[in-house]
Design a protein around this ligand. Structure first.
Ligand SMILES: *[C@@H]1O[C@H](CO)[C@@H](O)[C@H](O)[C@H]1NC(C)=O
Length: 169
């Protein structure tokens, strides 16, 4: 019995470790928006400065951000030598929602996929995703701060973000 348990554990360790290290890339796609035009859009980066991007949404999947989780960091593969990560901008202004960025570095921690949805940590005030037609003239991603009661403008919708896993290349 004991020998079997130990063997089973060893087997689990040996088989699990290479899989755990493999990067699983995914695109993020919107669902659940009241405004149907904001559904089935993919997360893209929008260059705003050296090493800085806003997060916008568009129909095209080919050029959508290739995201992977590294622990609880959500990183984006732009095929550069250095890493890029999702940054959830902190609450400094009592606002009901805040920006998400894809900047150089590993980004904020607290990202995960739970029940098939990509999310940030509620412990860090995450209250869901919000997509709005915004100042880049395309829909843009924000996160709601769960400690405030938002009045959602008519050009915005709450959404879920589903990972759409990619074939390994
Ligand atoms: C994952 O994050 C750690 C730092 O938290 C970093 O050292 C490592 O290089 C990252 N892995 C990838 C594939 O970027």
């Amino acid at each position: 019995m004991k020998v079997f348990t130990i063997l089973a554990l060893l087997f689990a360790v040996v088989t699990a470790s290479p899989i755990a290290k493999e990067k699983k890339y995914f695109h993020l796609q919107t669902t659940g928006a009241k405004n149907k035009e904001l559904n089935n859009l993919f997360v893209h980066s929008y260059h705003t400065g050296a090493g800085l991007n806003d997060v916008v949404l568009a129909k095209d999947s080919d050029s959508a951000a290739r995201v992977f989780l590294n622990g609880t960091n959500a990183q984006v593969d732009f095929k550069t030598e250095f890493p890029w990560g999702f940054v959830a901008v902190g609450d400094t202004n009592y606002a009901s929602w805040e920006s998400i960025k894809i900047n150089v570095g590993y980004g904020s921690d607290g990202f995960s996929i739970k029940d098939g949805n990509f999310q940030w940590s509620t412990e860090y005030s995450f209250g869901g995703w919000l997509v709005c037609d915004w100042f880049h003239n395309v829909p843009q991603l924000f996160y709601l701060n769960r400690y405030y009661k938002p009045v959602i403008p008519s050009s915005c919708s709450k959404v879920q973000l589903k990972p759409v896993y990619l074939q390994q290349k």
